[in-house]
Design a protein around this ligand. Structure first.
Ligand code: PLP
Length: 282
């Protein structure tokens, strides 16, 4: 597999990054994950816009114009013959002597790689639905910035798997914030309920697309916090992300949701999302 590191396309086993890179030492880096369907990028402009915002919140510039970033994404898709999966992009503040103060004049690090996930769109998990456990949300307070500090979510997903579940939803002040790497939704009486945007959650690109599609399909949407008990009493639940699209949830903390199988609204939204994403990918 070919990866992109600071201006060069290199075989993955020859890629090098400084041990002084601040992404490595301080998690001083932001990232994006863009879905790939039929060799094309899903919602790239929205990912580029969120990247620019994450960088700006951390006083970092965009390292290159959006068009150049797009060209690198496309070049990697071509070089690796990627049909279905995702592209990971990470931008770090760069390498500098270890110091808590942001260094001046460090050269930003830019890394991209592809990950092939054959059968992503036709995932068996989507037909079965996933099981969720809940955990306290112990992440930092700026979850709207897509930084690479993923240790707590990584612990959470590992703990969920150890308990025989598929993923975890995190709970703060009695309300669900989001999943370890996805946004969380419930459906009650044909109304979709998902937490409002703020600093407590990542502003999912898939979330924005799916809420727009839901409104186009005449479904009601309420953006507000919900409790675990409300979720357990819901008709349906699901999560969204760039690499899982719309994924039905069938169990929360051992309680079956609805019939215990993927709900009709989650299933329909997944179909619509995949259809529109295939049609609009670039
Ligand atoms: N929330 C968190 C914490 C995430 O890590 C992610 C994706 O990685 C999402 C939500 C979903 O965002 P997107 O739809 O842009 O992939």
């Amino acid at each position: 597999r070919t990866v992109y590191v600071n201006g060069d396309y290199v075989p993955e086993d020859q890629a090098k990054i400084s041990v002084f890179d601040r992404g490595f030492l301080f998690a001083d880096a932001v990232y994006e994950v863009t879905g790939v369907l039929e060799g094309k990028l899903v919602d790239f402009p929205a990912h580029a816009a969120r990247l620019a915002r994450s960088l700006s919140e951390l006083d970092m510039p965009m390292p290159m114009p959006e068009a150049d970033l797009l060209a690198i994404h496309r070049e990697l898709v071509t070089r690796n013959g990627l049909e279905e999966g995702m592209i990971y992009l990470q931008i770090t503040r760069g390498a500098a002597d270890r110091d808590f103060v942001f260094p001046k004049g460090a050269e930003q690090g830019v890394v991209l790689f592809t990950q092939s996930v054959p059968g992503l769109a036709d995932a068996p998990a989507a037909r079965r639905g996933i099981r969720i456990v809940t955990l306290p949300d112990r992440r930092w307070g700026r979850r709207d910035i897509k930084t690479v500090q993923l240790l707590y979510p990584s612990m959470g997903k590992t703990a969920a798997k150890a308990q025989g579940a598929d993923d975890a939803w995190m709970v703060e002040d009695g309300h669900v914030t989001e999943g370890t790497s996805n946004n969380a939704y419930i459906v009650k009486d044909r109304t979709i309920i998902t937490r409002h945007l703020g600093e407590e959650i990542l502003h999912g690109i898939t979330r924005a697309a799916v809420l727009r599609m839901a409104e186009e399909a005449q479904l009601k949407v309420e953006e507000r916090p919900f409790t675990v008990a409300e979720a357990q009493a819901a008709d349906e639940a699901f999560v969204t992300s760039a690499s899982a699209f719309v994924m039905p949830v069938v169990e929360i903390d051992g309680t079956r949701i609805g019939s215990g199988t993927p709900g009709p609204i989650a299933t329909r939204l997944r179909e619509i999302y995949l259809e529109e994403s295939r049609a609009n990918a670039i």
